[in-house]
Structure formats: structure tokens, C-alpha cells
Design a protein around this ligand. Structure first.
Ligand code: NAI
Length: 330
């Protein structure tokens, strides 16, 4: 298939080109994000390959269809950026990579927890400046603490196993509890019970109309003072303005984010020479007890190999059979 690859970074080029050695697609890489302005670049391409912040709303899908595009291949798991109803009407197939390395995201989640708890981000700078004082670096044992895992799919389940391995109690909430949940030692409970009892709340459910701002001012009020909140799922699960108020009052003790509500205009680019225009994000950066990474939880060699392989196999399957096991149904 002739494939227009949007938001292409050097690492996308490297891993997709490598994976294509065993496939026969014609890959053309575009650095720009896909949106209404850039959609004409895909004219004449049977497929577009996109990432988390590419825009696939109705006008963009309509433009793609007009240019002859019949398939959208997401090189990620989440598909909240695609108007699936419009895609169905326009007869555009949408395929994704449902699982590539849940371990990559689960391990990054742990990295955020430990960084925040043991103040690694501050300790690193202190030692480099010859400041060996320990004041302000006091942490707590994760062992014995209660961790709430919201969403126990592929990633959340791995996080639960890691936390159980550290000796934490794990409370979980999911619309569809994992069949092996009890066997590994986690306990499912209602979301209110999770929020009220957790020392750490970590989010691993998808962004849907039901989960948008799952962590808002009301949810924060239910949480223990000093709670740690981790979000490696999708930014809009958290009402950032409400969490900032929680951080200012001290009610939220720690915040670890790999995703941010308004990340589309920030992440994946070097913005270090520009004046930051997002005042909410700028405020987040002022807290010593906030650690933010720029949507890098997935970013391991293993995950990129798997993403590239599955993305191209998805397109081969569509080309050969007109359907694909990893198709997203609208
Ligand atoms: P998954 O589909 O395996 O699991 C999601 C789980 O959430 C399912 O068990 C589902 O039943 C549950 N769920 C759905 N609605 C819920 C609700 N209202 N309350 C509680 N649970 C609910 O997905 P997976 O692979 O574990 O990924 C989870 C999320 O992680 C993705 O949706 C994606 O947004 C995010 N992600 C982030 C990455 C990063 O680099 N930061 C990389 C990959 C995924």
C-alpha cells in the first residue's frame, strides 16, 4: 500500500523502514501533524499512518476520503483522536496496535512513582551542585501502602503485578474486572472506595466521555491528604485546573504525568527556544512535587519494534483480506 506517515520522527522512520524490509509497502514520511491543513498531503495515498496527536475528526476524514484514502493505521493503542462514526460513514477502515509492550508503560509508571517519592529529580540536581543535604528529600516506604489502579487492562494489570511485588495493597476498579485479578491478589472495589483509601492513584483506563475528568475537584475531595496521582493514560482523564488547586493547598502530595490535556501543541517537539504559551502547564512546572514526562511511557526499543511490525501487518491484512483483526469498530 502507498502509505503517508504523519508526525514522523527519526525513530518512526528507522523502525518502520526496518519492519518494511519484510513487507512491501511504499512509505512516505511527513514530519507534520495530520490536520485539516495538512490532509491534502495524503491525496493519492491508500492509507495514512498516524500517532496520538494527529487529528482525525470529520473534516479531516472527509478530506482524506476525497483524496482516495481508505485506511487509517494508528501506530498506538488509543483511538480517542478518531471520529469513528465519520470513518464508518466514509468507509475508511481504522486499525490500531492494541498491545505492543504493556511493560514499557507499566515500568514508566513505576519510574514516575519512585522519582516522586524518593525525589530523584531533585536529588540528581543537588548532588551535581555539591549539595548533599537531605532536607526535603524524605520519602516513604511503598511497601504496605495502598495503590489504586483504575483500569486493569493490559497496562493496568502489569502495574498491579509490579505494585503487589513491592508489597503494596492493590485496590482496582474496572468496568470489566480482569479474570486473574483475585488470583494475583488485587481486590476490585467501587471507585469511591478506591479514591478514599489509596495512597497512590494510578490511571490506566482509556479516555471516553465517561472517563473525561475522572479526577476532578469532587474526586480529589474524596482522596486522602498527601495522595500521589499518576497519569500515564490520556491527559483529559485529569482536570488539570482542579489538580493545581489540590497541589496549592497541599491536598495532592505528588503528581506524576506522562500525558497532559493540552499536550497536542507541546509534546514531541523541541520547544526549548520558544516562550511557553500554556499558563496551566507553566504553573504545573513550578511545583517541586510534580514530575512530567512528554508522553514517553511507550518509548522503548521493544515497543517501537512491535508497533512498526503490527502497523505494517495491519495494512497488509487490510490490503489482502479487506479486513483486519486489529480493526477499530465505530
Ligand atoms: P486496555 O484496553 O487493555 O485496558 C483498558 C481497561 O480500562 C480495560 O480493562 C477497560 O475495561 C477499562 N475501562 C474502560 N472504561 C473504564 C472506566 N470507566 N473505569 C474503569 N476502567 C475502565 O488498554 P491498555 O493497553 O491497558 O491501555 C490503557 C490506556 O493507556 C490506553 O487507553 C491509552 O490511552 C494509554 N496508553 C498510554 C501510553 C503512553 O505512552 N503514555 C501508551 C499506551 C497506552
Amino acid at each position: 500500500m502507498k502509505v503517508a506517515i504523519f508526525s514522523a520522527k527519526p525513530y518512526d522512520r528507522q523502525f518502520l523502514t526496518q519492519a518494511n524490509e519484510t513487507q512491501r509497502h511504499e512509505l512516505v514520511f511527513f514530519e507534520t501533524r495530520l490536520n485539516e491543513t495538512t490532509a491534502p498531503l495524503a491525496s493519492g495515498f491508500a492509507a495514512v499512518c498516524v500517532f496520538v496527536n494527529d487529528q482525525l475528526d470529520e473534516p479531516v476524514l472527509r478530506a482524506l476520503a476525497a483524496g482516495g484514502t481508505r485506511a487509517v493505521a494508528l501506530r498506538c493503542a488509543g483511538f480517542n483522536n478518531v471520529d469513528l462514526a465519520a470513518a464508518r460513514t466514509l468507509e475508511i477502515d481504522v486499525v490500531r496496535v492494541p498491545a505492543y509492550s504493556p511493560h514499557a508503560v507499566a515500568e514508566h509508571t513505576l519510574a514516575l512513582m519512585l522519582t516522586l517519592n524518593r525525589q530523584m529529580h531533585r536529588a540528581y540536581n543537588r548532588v551535581r551542585e555539591g549539595n548533599f543535604a537531605l532536607d526535603g528529600l524524605l520519602g516513604f516506604d511503598l511497601h504496605g501502602r495502598t495503590v489504586a489502579v483504575v483500569g486493569t487492562g493490559k497496562i493496568g494489570f502489569e502495574v498491579a503485578k509490579i505494585m503487589l511485588g513491592l508489597g503494596c495493597k492493590v485496590l482496582a476498579h474496572d468496568l470489566h474486572p480482569h479474570p486473574d485479578g483475585e488470583r494475583i491478589g488485587l481486590r476490585y472495589a467501587a471507585i469511591d472506595e478506591l479514591l478514599a483509601n489509596a495512597d497512590v492513584v494510578t490511571l490506566h483506563c482509556p479516555l471516553t466521555p465517561q472517563t473525561r475528568h475522572l479526577i476532578d475537584a469532587g474526586a480529589l475531595r474524596q482522596m486522602k491528604p498527601g495522595v500521589m496521582i499518576i497519569n500515564t493514560s490520556r491527559g483529559a482523564l485529569v482536570d488539570t485546573a482542579a489538580v493545581i488547586e489540590g497541589l496549592k493547598s497541599g491536598h495532592v502530595g505528588y503528581l506524576g504525568l506522562d500525558v497532559y490535556e493540552e499536550e497536542a501543541d507541546l509534546f514531541f517537539e523541541d520547544q526549548s527556544n520558544r516562550v511557553l504559551q500554556d499558563d496551566v502547564f507553566a504553573r504545573l512546572l513550578t511545583f517541586p512535587n510534580v514530575v512530567i514526562t512528554g508522553h514517553q511511557a511507550f518509548f522503548t526499543r521493544n515497543a517501537l519494534e512491535a508497533i512498526a511490525q503490527t502497523t505494517l501487518s495491519n495494512l497488509s491484512e487490510l490490503a489482502e483480506h479487506g479486513r483486519c483483526v486489529n480493526q477499530v469498530q465505530g
